[in-house]
Design a protein around this ligand. Structure first.
Ligand code: CAO
Length: 413
């Protein structure tokens, strides 16, 4: 069966996390993704956070599946010649270097567009125009500057970053969507275009509801927040749901000595108020007119979740989930990374996948978060550094035999 992006070739100049996750998505959709890496070193993540000596790290292998790897010294003339040839026969080039790096390599948008007017040139940077525009960015810097950190955590504690890599992997998804849109537009115009995203913009997109609340603050306090006092900005709201239905994380009976992650997240949807109260043995609250409407309950939320917690503390998170789910209460256990990697459902869904690697053996990776009925994803291992340099030079660029040796001696690959 053909894949959604079969026939599309991507020159992948990405490194670290944000860019590689985007190009991995393109590869899973069937694009031929050719990762360009610095000779002798490669993507810095190959050697970062290693769990095994002299083997590509999980950091690298989990973000670079289904790609081909070519080494190319972008600071040598011959390396640049090979790069220009690749641009000529490709559809997309993606990069997430620091500000100005592609320009310093000699590849401005104008030059790339001149080399191949059909190519889509996608860049991810930390920031767009403004005070931060020339700054490098990592995940947590993006979370700090995009509104995620100031709104995460508890009111009386410091700003907190989320474990979800919303700046890197989150923005990779934004970039993937933008590239696919540009590719579709090219089918009508025949022209490539410039695609740009800043990590901060992507974070702000994900913090949209917090900017909603910033404007609501002008008209009064935020009744659904657990906070008692409000200043002129949206406060950290702990585990409050942030949506129209109140929610909170309540403790459950621990199953291990440490009791870590023995929590259930519970949302009080209006139709389940009464069955929920009856379930936990609080018929008095189910029948109390002061608590019968969502508005009436708002000033009592802390007390209500304490009451629910008294009940959940007598059950494990899975027992509590089972009983509440059976009466249609929206809720979910807080699952640890161990819970997740052992989750049979996630394996059945294709979200936890085992892959064989010639040097590290079998490893588990996270699969594609969506499915297309006509474009099934087959998760494959990441490439070794420069594994495909020879085949790309010979089969794609038609370079003669002996070219790899010549370019290696010249320090170009
Ligand atoms: N051949 C020769 N040189 C190469 C090369 C190649 N194949 N690939 C990269 N390089 C060189 C570049 O030319 C550049 O050198 P110069 O600075 O001399 O021009 C250098 O390697 C890369 O620079 P960089 O600024 O991208 O890398 P860094 O490690 O200093 O910074 C990062 C890393 C992530 C902070 C920066 O790339 C960045 O801000 N990127 C945009 C935001 C981003 O993607 N952040 C996500 C990080 S994931 O948590």
């Amino acid at each position: 069966m053909k894949k959604a992006l079969e026939g599309v070739r991507v020159v992948d100049m990405t490194h670290v996390q944000a860019g590689p996750v985007c190009t991995q998505l393109l590869a899973w959709m069937g694009a031929d993704v050719i990762k360009i890496e610095q000779p002798g070193r490669g993507d810095v993540t190959r050697t970062q956070l290693r769990d095994l000596p002299d083997v590509d790290s999980l950091y690298f292998t989990m973000l670079n599946g289904n790609k081909r790897s070519v080494t190319l010294n972008m600071k040598s003339d011959e390396g640049k010649e090979v790069f220009s040839e690749l641009l000529r026969c490709s559809d997309i080039v993606v990069e997430n270097f620091g500000p100005g790096v592609m320009d310093r390599m000699g590849y401005t948008w104008e030059r790339i567009h001149e080399i191949n007017p059909r190519i889509i040139f996608a860049s991810l940077k930390g920031f767009g125009p403004g005070a931060l525009q020339n700054a490098k960015a990592y995940e947590n810097i993006a979370q700090a500057t995009g509104g995620a950190m100031s709104t995460t955590g508890f009111e009386d504690g410091p700003p907190v970053v989320t474990g979800a890599q919303i700046g890197d992997s989150g923005n990779a998804v934004h970039l993937f969507g933008a590239i696919c849109a540009a590719l579709y537009q090219r089918t009508h115009t025949g022209r490539g275009q410039r695609v740009q995203i800043s990590m901060r913009a992507g974070i702000l997109n994900l913090c949209r509801v917090k900017l909603r609340d910033q404007q609501r603050l002008e008209h009064g306090t935020l009744a659904e927040y657990p906070n008692e006092e409000f200043g002129d900005f949206v406060p950290r709201a702990g585990n409050a749901s942030g949506g129209g239905q109140p929610g909170w994380a309540v403790r459950c009976k621990p199953t291990t000595e440490k009791g870590a992650n023995a929590w259930l997240y519970v949302v009080i949807q209006p139709p389940v108020w009464e069955p929920l109260m009856r379930k936990i043995g609080r018929d008095d609250l189910a029948d109390d007119p002061e608590y019968s409407t969502p508005e009436g309950r708002l000033p009592h939320l802390t007390e209500i979740f304490d009451v629910i917690e008294e009940w959940t503390l007598t059950r494990t998170k899975w027992e509590a989930f089972g009983e509440l789910n059976a009466i249609n209460v929206p809720c979910g256990p807080v699952l640890s990374t161990k819970d997740l990697i052992e989750d049979e459902g996630l394996r059945a869904e294709g979200m936890i996948v085992d892959v064989d690697h010639p040097e590290r053996g079998k490893y588990s990776t996270v699969g594609c978060p969506f499915t297309l009925s006509d474009s099934p994803v087959e998760v494959k291992r990441s490439p070794l550094l420069g594994e495909h340099t020879q085949e790309i030079l010979r089969d794609l660029l038609d370079r003669p035999d002996g070219e790899l040796e010549r370019l290696t001696a010249a320090g170009a690959v």
